[in-house]
Design a protein around this ligand. Structure first.
Ligand code: FDA
Length: 504
């Protein structure tokens, strides 16, 4: 047991955390980041930092004895997952009663495992979701700042049209077109120049070797290469890995004390630390930040947290589905793991959908067109503290996803009708299932801006306590969320440094 004091602590190293740490460091504030996952920079015996998608090993998963890939089956067969040793791997699937949530674990959080799709939401929907945030300021200043810091880049359209690696996307675009649906190019943080060099045989393959959900060995400009590198470069920020924050309490002088377990990569706790700080920033993600606050409120450690803590959670309307193409319409044995197109039907008045055209990089022809649909589902879940397990349980029922499934169905029924095609029923486990309604990639909410916090992420009822991450967004943003999380964090930390930190 050791005790120490730092002016600022940031919990987590995902988007909200990384932005906050960089700006605190630039402001000269000594800042400690605590991350429960590992730093992914050391090659293993096979010469790679991360393992591939088709032959996953223990590096793939956060303490599982079998991998839990989102597409669990093919022809209903469990051919995709592998037995592995439990280890502090990079992708976690957190199971709640009727919903599972994929999250990244490691320095960079979700940026290590996500598809890199960098999408600014439609302004009208942003205004609907976060009406008290000045949209002009967001769209003029903070979204551009986020895009530039994240190194968002665009695919070369000529190359996209010609390369075998995006045939799957062109096939889906043509089929959407037959249903009078339009597609849009989606920017990404994966370096498309590197991807073209991969295709030309001039660079080692990563996106073109199926790498993504278990980490990219090349090309992905994840947070460790952007915001976090810049944060460390200030000389004021340090990162402790394999440090999991368990509990937060406050001392009479207003400072916060964190109870932290330091673990090894096999999960053994090697030290318990108590770390005190003046300013505490929660960037542990929608699940992580909300759990810490729900626990703090309901164990009496921070009793003045309000009833909104835990509320307003949603899966961003995420629904996955796959379509079966005709044999004369193959999608290609070679598919880039990085999506480049989305079907944009968000202006549909009855069932808005933005559907990412997802790859299925199986290395062989599957005739599958795969999609991650983002729908506008008004249903919300709530996290409640479960004393018996000391965990936050998610109150969310499967049928709350019915509006999302219905919206996705109306769009893909249209595409199937126009093309004489069908759904695939074999991709989501042993049962007949054409829509995944029980997992998501985009957990949002739990500490909603302006409800559990003020308009800048200051937690209601406390001073110097902040939420910085996806927990602030009330369950839905209509597109892939990390650019919004980043831009909102930029906006909030600017205000907090000026008013709370510099003034102190
Ligand atoms: P984020 O989850 O990134 O980071 C939280 C960090 O805190 C993690 O590193 C975690 O280990 C750590 N932590 C949690 N609890 C802790 C504790 N108690 N102590 C210490 N550390 C703790 N989005 C997008 O815009 N485009 C895309 O293409 C995709 N694709 C995609 C694919 C897949 C497979 C996934 C899983 C997700 C995506 N996403 C995405 C979603 C995106 O990655 C996600 O919205 C952001 O990473 C969320 O950022 P946050 O800052 O909220 O937390």
């Amino acid at each position: 047991r050791s005790g120490s004091f730092v002016p600022a602590v940031v919990i987590g190293t995902g988007y909200g955390a990384a932005v906050s740490a960089l700006r605190l460091g630039e402001a000269g504030v000594p800042t400690l980041m605590l991350e429960m996952g590992q730093l992914w920079n050391k090659p293993a015996d096979d010469g790679n930092v991360f393992c591939g998608m088709l032959s996953p090993d223990r590096r793939s998963s956060w303490f599982k004895s079998r991998t839990e890939a989102p597409l669990g089956s093919f022809l209903w067969l469990d051919v995709i997952n592998r037995d592995i040793d439990p280890y502090a791997g990079v992708l976690d699937k957190v199971h709640f009663d009727q919903m599972s949530v994929y999250v990244g674990r490691g320095v960079g959080g979700g940026s290590l495992v996500n598809g890199g799709m960098a999408v600014v939401p439609k302004r009208s929907y942003f205004e609907e979701v976060l009406p008290r945030v000045d949209a002009a300021e967001m769209y003029d200043r903070y979204f551009p700042r986020a895009n530039s810091m994240l190194k968002v880049n665009h695919i070369d359209k000529g190359w996209f049209e010609a390369t075998e690696w995006y045939k799957f996307a062109r096939v889906s675009r043509e089929q959407a077109g037959k249903a009078d649906l339009s597609t849009t190019f989606v920017p990404n943080v994966y370096d498309f120049g590197q991807m073209q060099r991969e295709a030309a045989g001039e660079a080692p393959k990563s996106a073109l070797a199926g790498e993504v959900i278990y980490g990219n060995n090349h090309g992905k400009q994840s947070l460790d290469k952007t915001y976090l590198a810049a944060a460390l470069g200030t000389g004021k920020v340090t990162i402790e890995t394999l440090h999991q924050v368990r509990a937060i309490r406050q001392q009479p002088d207003g400072s916060y004390v964190l109870s932290v377990d330091q673990n090894d990569a096999d999960g053994k706790t090697v030290a318990h630390k108590e770390i005190a700080c003046r300013h505490l920033f929660l960037g542990a993600g929608s699940l992580g930040s909300t759990e810490l606050l729900v626990r703090a409120r309901d164990t009496g450690a921070l009793p003045d947290l309000n009833a909104e803590v835990g509320a307003g959670w949603g899966p961003n309307g995420n629904i996955m589905t796959g379509r079966a193409n005709h044999v004369w319409n193959p999608t290609g044995a070679h598919q880039s793991s990085i999506p480049a197109l989305g079907i944009d039907d968000w202006n549909n008045p009855t069932a808005p959908v933005f559907a990412e055209i997802a790859p299925m990089p199986a290395g062989l022809e599957t005739w599958v067109s795969l999609y991650l649909a983002i729908t506008k589902n008004p249903e919300r879940g709530t996290f409640v503290y479960d004393k018996a397990t000391d965990r936050a349980a998610l109150r969310w029922t499967r049928d709350q996803n019915t509006p999302a499934v219905d919206a996705a169905k109306s769009l893909f029924d249209r595409i199937n009708r126009a093309n004489g095609t069908m759904y695939r029923y074999d991709l989501f486990g042993p049962q007949l299932k054409n829509f995944s309604d029980d997992f998501c990639y985009h957990p949002l909410g739990g500490c909603v801006l302006g409800k559990a916090t003020d308009g800048y992420g200051r937690v209601a009822g406390y001073h110097n306590l902040y939420v910085t991450d996806g927990a602030l967004i009330p369950g839905s943003i209509g597109v892939n969320p990390f650019v919004t999380i980043t831009a909102l964090a930029e906006r909030n930390i600017e205000r907090i440094i000026a008013e709370d930190v510099k003034a102190a």
